[in-house]
Structures are given as C-alpha cells and as structure tokens.
Design a protein around this ligand. Structure first.
Ligand code: FES
Ligand code: MG
Length: 577
C-alpha cells in the first residue's frame, strides 16, 4: 500500500498517532495479541455481528464471522469483530419491529465511533437485515452484507414443512383435534432442524434477496443454506473483497442508488416477497437520501410475474431455490426482459448484469420462465382512498381473486385484545361478506407495528368452510402468511387516521384493480366522529418506547424515527482523552 493510501485510511487517525493518544489507541488492543505492524496501514474491517442465543436464526454467526475474518486476513486487512443488538423475530415482544430503529442507531454509532475503514454486516433473522443496512447507510463506509442463510427444509414424516406457514396449519389441526400434542412436539423439532433463518420466502429470505438485488451482497447471498459449506466460502470471499473496497473507496452510497432500489422492487415482485420489504426498503432509502415512494412499488412491480414457487404462496423451500439456481437465475430473467437496471454497481465492483447474465436455472419447476410464470402480476399493490389517504398495501398474489373487488359491512375491533376476546364468540354479528377492521396496531399504536394484520377468521365461519375474508388494518403481517389482507394503512388509527373513525356497520369497498379503498361515510359524518375521537392512552411515559412513539414516522415513510432519516457519514470524532 502506498504512503498516500495509508494516510487516507480513516483508522490511521487513531493508529498512526505517535503521542499519548496513539499509545492509548494501540496499546489496549495489543492485549489481544496484535503486533505493532497491525496498526501500520492495514484497512481495519469491522465484522458487525448479530449473534445471540436469544436470536436462534443467527445462532451460527460466530462461525460465519470466523470465515469473514480469514478472508480479511487473506487480503491483508485487520479484522475486528463487534456485537450489536440482535433482534429475534419469535422471541421479542411486543414485536421485534419496535426495536429495528434502536438496533439501527446502535449500528450507526458503533461504526462511526470506532477506528473502522470498512464493515461486513452479518444479518439473518427478519429485522437484523434492515436494522444493519439502515445504520450502515447512515454511516456510509465501504460495506458488504453477508446473510446467515436459510435453514435446511423442514421434513416431517417424509413431507417438506416450511417455517411459519406450516405452524399456522398445524396449530389449526391441533385445535381441531386432528393431531396429538406428541405429534405437535415432533413437528417442532422437524421444522427447525438446522441453523439458519426461516426457509420459506418469508421476510428473512425476502430481505436476504433484497441484499443481493440491491448489490450490497455478493452473488448467491440470498439462498445458500446456512449449513452449506458454500455459505462459509461466501463469507470468506466477502472478507477478502471488503479490503479491496476500502482501497477503492467504494462506499455504500455508491451502491444504494435509485436504480438499485428499482432493481430491488422488481425482484421483490418476481420472488413473491414479503410485504414487510416495503417498509424496510423505504426506511433504507430514507437513510440513503434516495427519494423512494410507495407509488414506486406499484409502478415498478405492476407487470412483473412471480417466478418462484416457494411457500407461503407455493410449495418449495429456500434450499430447493438454491439448488435451482437461486436469485441470480431470477435476476437474469428480469434482465432479459428489460426489467433490470443492468448498470447498477454491486459490491464486487461489477455491474449487476455482469454478475448474472449467464446464471443457469437447473429446475424450471422451482424457478419458472417468464412466459409461464408461477403466478402472473405479482407486484405489491398500493391502495388509496378516503380510508387510507397516504396509502395501504396488499399482496395480490396471496389474496383470493374473488375478493379483490368487494364491498362489505365493517366489523370493527378497536384493539388486538378485543379481537381475541370476540372473534370466536358465536353471537358475533359477522358473515363471510363482512370486512374485518382492526385498529391501533400501527407504528404508534401497538407500539411497533406488529404482524397481526392477517387476523384469524371466526371459528363459526371456519366451520362453514370459509377460508378467506377481506381484512384491513394498520398492522403488518408475517411474510409467511397469506389472504386478502390490506396492511400498513396510513395514517394509522392511533395517529388519528380515518381508520380510527370506522364503525361496525359502515360499508367499505376494496377494489384492487382500481387501487382503491373507500369508506362509504360522508365527510360531514366523519368530521362529526373526529370531534368525538380520543387518542389512545400512551403506552409509555419514559424510555425507548416513549422516544419511539413520539418520533416514529408512518408506514408509508418506512416507520423510521424522524431524526434518523438521512446520513451523516463517518467523519472522525474528537479524541476521547
Ligand atoms: Fe427468524 Fe423467521 S424467526 S427468520
Ligand atoms: Mg415476522
């Protein structure tokens, strides 16, 4: 490395000092066994780890971090691993989403405060990916994302079972007395049988695909199973590559352009990905200073078909997707149709098209051709109307065609507790033509915008054979769920959005073709109801929950905290002594 380049390394503002401060900065690290030459101009690479025993989806991340470390050493860098908050989707209450922005703050501040020149982000379970990308984007160093990879497919009594999707179906069978508790416990072990995140195309797999489509991850990042040795190869290659990225000054903002987000949105449609990606991509774009809107999702995803037959909408799992060719095969198909910004730069220094133009597809049942897609027109639709002036989302590929244009009588639940209390009441005035409306589950309302939008159907209608109804809320839903479910209504009820004013008996029309969501109540009556509306009592008087509720943006803006939007970069802070 030339003297000029050494001088330009950010870490040299710590380690090149030949004074009291240089003594501090070097000497305390030397206790880990680093000799003097480690401090003399090697790019310092932070390995940002979300390993935690409380987040089982990331339980193998110490091993992945070791492989990144080998790669950094291979390339002459100086690796230093550090922990940040880890968000376990199934362990955290009231919802891991409440803490996404907190973790993003942790990541951003940790990167900026330390003597780092580049970062490798280790992320897996749903919220760890957006949290790390958001924080790293605001810090804007050279950055590579390495996903932890999906679990091996679940296999129960000879049949494939998928994360989330089959939990829902088996718990229904348990309630109906069709399976025993012993069988239930056996299936628990059979589903989560290896390291890794959910192996359906839920939010974790969707976000790992977004990492690859945005160009922030190396090719094949999305689908290699967590326990396949090639996941460790990828980690090692990322470790080698990040050192070069520092030398090239390839910072994250050069990757995260509007073009990159357009590629991500089209990919989201082509993989039939989770609606959660809408909120996360908007938040990441907000950090990057890219002007992305809800309408971009509708516009760019509109004519794109779902090409992969994966649960929850299909039958296969992420392991099958990897063997069939993985995300590069999907990106190649999009590129051949003129649906990819081919010049978008990726972390390996190549335009995305160079990475995928010859990507093979080994199994067209799993990754279907564009002419014979698994599901046509799969993009996420953005609805507007007097019930959602700032938008709402629906995933048409997961909805029932006969309900896509539907008018029905509202049955309103003010809170999730009220829903649980009343839903199986035999006297509840509801039939399959009704529209279920759930309030106060948005960013401020839950707080944290929980995954409760796919409300359970009333038992009495399930017994009649009803399997889907129109459901509307300001909540999110799990990426592993499905149904005619309108989500992310903005503004939310707890912020005084029109959703707060809906009453049981009102008529509502959902028309997905026209992208509209209309409440048949006139403006004067709505004003009358607004005058009588009382905001819900605050969830917290202190602490992070209060900070969150006071500052969280609505879903159409990505539900980030208002003061976190944008980026500061990583100027070197003042000395600490
Ligand atoms: Fe972690 Fe699904 S619970 S990815
Ligand atoms: Mg989830």
């Amino acid at each position: 490395m030339t003297e000029d380049r050494k001088r330009s390394l950010r870490s040299q503002a710590w380690f090149a000092r030949q004074d009291k401060m240089g003594f501090y900065y070097r000497s305390f690290l030397k206790n880990s066994g680093f000799p003097q030459d480690q401090f003399e101009g090697r790019p310092v690479i932070g390995i940002c780890n979300t390993w935690s025993e409380l987040n089982p989806c990331n339980s193998h991340f110490r091993t992945i971090a070791e492989h990144v470390r080998y790669g950094v050493l291979d390339a002459g860098g100086f690796p230093l691993e550090f922990p940040v908050s880890s968000l376990g989707e199934v362990t955290m209450r009231p919802t891991a989403m409440l803490f996404r922005n907190l973790a993003a703050m942790d990541v951003e501040e940790a990167i900026r405060a330390h003597p780092l020149d580049g970062v490798v982000l280790l992320m897996g379970c749903d919220k760890t990916t957006p949290a790390l990308l958001m924080g790293a984007t605001s810090a804007d160093l050279p950055t590579i994302g390495v996903s932890g990879g999906p679990q091996l497919r679940g296999v129960y009594r000879g049949k494939s079972i998928g994360s989330g999707t089959n939990i829902i179906s088996m718990s229904e069978q348990l309630r109906a007395g069709e399976v025993t508790l012993q069988e239930f416990h056996e299936a628990e072990g059979a589903m989560n049988r290896s390291h890794g995140h959910c192996m359906t195309m839920g939010t974790a797999s969707t976000m790992a695909s977004m990492v690859e489509a945005l160009g922030v991850g190396l090719p094949e990042n999305a689908a290699i199973p967590a326990t396949d040795a090639r996941r460790n190869h990828l980690a090692r290659m990322a470790g080698r590559r990040i050192v070069d990225m520092v030398r090239e000054d390839l910072v994250l903002s050069k990757i995260l352009t509007h073009q990159a987000f357009e590629n991500a949105i089209r990919t989201l449609a082509a993989i039939g990905g989770s609606t959660n990606a809408v909120v996360h991509l908007l938040a990441i774009a907000g950090r990057a200073g890219v002007d992305l809107t809800l309408d971009d999702f509708d516009r760019l995803g509109r004519d794109i078909h779902c090409l992969v037959d994966l649960m929850p909408s299909g039958q296969f799992l992420m392991e099958d997707f990897y063997y069939a060719g993985g995300l590069p095969a999907v990106l190649r198909t999009l590129g051949e149709r003129g649906l990819l910004n081919k010049g978008a730069l990726t972390v390996n220094g190549q335009p995305i098209w160079e990475n995928v133009r010859e990507a093979p597809c080994w199994n067209s049942a799993v990754i279907t051709p564009f002419e014979e897609p698994f599901k046509p027109d799969a993009g996420i639709a953005i609805l507007r109307g007097n019930l959602a002036p700032n938008g709402a989302v629906i995933k048409p590929s997961a909805a029932s065609p006969e309900l896509m244009n539907h008018t029905g009588r509202a049955v309103v639940f003010e809170t999730i507790e009220e829903l649980h209390e009343r839903i199986d009441d035999e006297d509840l005035d509801i039939d399959e033509t009704c529209i279920m409306v759930l309030k106060n589950c948005g960013p401020k309302g839950y707080p944290g915008m929980a995954e409760v939008g796919n409300m359970p159907l009333p038992q009495k209608l399930l017994r009649k054979g009803v399997r889907d109804m129109v459901r509307i809320s300001d909540a999110r839903m799990s990426g592993t769920a499905y149904g005619t479910v309108v989500l992310h209504v903005a503004p939310e009820a707890a912020a005084g959005g029109p959703l707060a004013l809906v009453q049981s008996g009102d008529l509502i029309t959902l028309n997905v073709q026209e992208r509209s969501l209309h409440l048949h109540v006139d403006a004067a009556e709505l004003e009358h109801r607004r005058a009588a509306w009382m905001p819900p009592t605050p969830h917290a008087e202190r602490g992070y929950a209060k900070l969150y509720v006071d500052h969280v943006l609505q879903a159409d803006k990505g539900a980030d905290l208002d003061f976190l939007v944008g980026r500061t970069g990583s100027p070197v802070p003042r000395d600490n002594h």
